[in-house]
Write a protein that binds this ligand. Structure first.
Ligand SMILES: *Cc1c(COP(=O)(O)O)cnc(C)c1O
Length: 363
């Protein structure tokens, strides 16, 4: 079928990304940090932003920020690249490694942006689905890359929305087994404390994605970065929009990165709350939470779509995956403040216990 207005044919089956934001008292749907940047750091941000020359183009590659990230990771500037959110870097990967006649290996269920970018760039998508418990089917992935023809893949660790880490041994075997570019998406690395960074020196085909959106409370600013081999980074630089990361965002990110130790107590609190939320979920009959190393928990229950509505009616917004392939009857809750988590658990318990009411047809 021809698409409207004669836009490119690969757009025909695509639906625009929809984060499904709705106003709510407890917004626990987008894995954001429940705490905004603290006042002291905000003041420093204001001072830095005041000094930005707004009439001048920004440094295209944000070299000051790049140097800070490189130094913290024991790397050189040319092994780091920043982007307008991690999302831009994911799109750039599809531009640089995908395209007609090329193949992306996807491990669903996972972050839907990868597949959307592949389709947008006319890249073939090969799937190796996860097992029933959402762990990666490691032997099947290794067998598929051994067949050849894969140009790039993403291993999300921890995986979004399911929460579990990828095995370090598996990722190393994968890196040895293929010349394809292997991105390890570590968007939630600050909550899992696990990283493949020590392996960068040994594997040219490894690239790591990180973001300021989750642990560093900057989802509103749009800042992500890559760590990788200088030659790989060079290919990413070729396809990127020169000024995608604006001067104000660069200034804000520099201050936040320099103050990143101040985010540690908040990260620790989220990790502690995560255990409490999982425990609370386990105590509700018929609710099965999956283990998580990130700042969210996926859980399965009957009538998930209806329960989602009941939670929303109580002012609690979670993410509904109940109609997503492989995630039937699943909802994902982001870890919020202690009060928000309590409100969520209370509302869910009431919704599950009062389930019989739903049988009564509404007028
Ligand atoms: C949030 C997220 C990102 C990046 O998000 P940005 O806000 O664009 O930096 C990347 N990958 C996964 C799996 C995520 O959940």
């Amino acid at each position: 079928m021809r698409s409207v207005c004669c836009s490119a044919p690969q757009l025909a089956g695509l639906t625009p990304y929809d984060p499904k934001y709705l106003p709510a008292e407890a917004v626990l749907s987008a894995n954001e940090n429940p705490h905004d940047v603290e006042q002291e750091v905000r003041h420093e941000i204001m001072r830095e932003v005041k000094r930005v020359a707004l009439n001048r183009y920004p440094d295209p590659l944000a070299n000051d920020l790049r140097d800070m990230i490189a130094e913290a990771n024991g790397l050189d500037r040319d092994q780091v690249l920043v982007g307008n959110g991690g999302d831009e870097l994911l799109f750039n990967m599809a531009l640089a490694w995908g395209g007609p006649g090329r193949t992306f290996l996807n491990l669903p269920p996972t972050f839907s942006v990868y597949e959307a970018n592949a389709r947008l760039t006319n890249t073939t998508v090969a799937n190796v689905p996860r097992r029933a418990d959402f762990s990666i089917d490691e032997e099947a992935v290794l067998a598929r890359v051994a067949e050849g023809g894969i140009d790039y893949l993403v291993v999300t660790s921890p995986n979004n929305p399911t929460g579990e880490l990828a095995g370090e041994t598996f990722v190393c075997r994968l890196l040895d087994a293929t010349d394809a570019l292997v991105m390890v998406d570590e968007a939630y690395f600050e909550f899992s404390r696990q990283t493949m960074r020590p392996y960068l020196g040994q594997h040219k085909n490894l690239v790591i994605l990180r973001t300021f959106s989750k642990a560093f409370s900057l989802a509103g600013v749009r800042m992500g970065y890559l760590l990788g081999d200088a030659e790989v980074i060079r290919e990413f630089v070729k396809v990127r929009q020169p000024y995608s990361v604006d001067a104000v965002s660069q200034a804000i990110a520099r201050v936040v990165y320099a103050n990143r130790a101040k985010f540690e107590p908040g990260i620790r609190a989220i990790i502690e709350e995560r255990a409490r939320v999982v425990d609370g979920l386990k105590r509700i009959p018929g609710v099965k939470p999956y283990p998580s190393d990130a700042n969210y928990v996926l859980f399965r229950l009957e009538n998930a779509g209806i329960i989602w509505e009941m939670l929303y009616g109580r002012g609690v917004l979670v993410r509904d995956f109940s109609r997503a392939p492989g995630l039937e009857d699943c909802l994902r809750v982001s870890i919020g403040s202690r009060e928000e988590n309590d409100a969520f658990l209370r509302a869910l318990r009431d919704a599950v216990m009062g389930k019989c009411d739903l049988e009564v047809p509404s007028a």
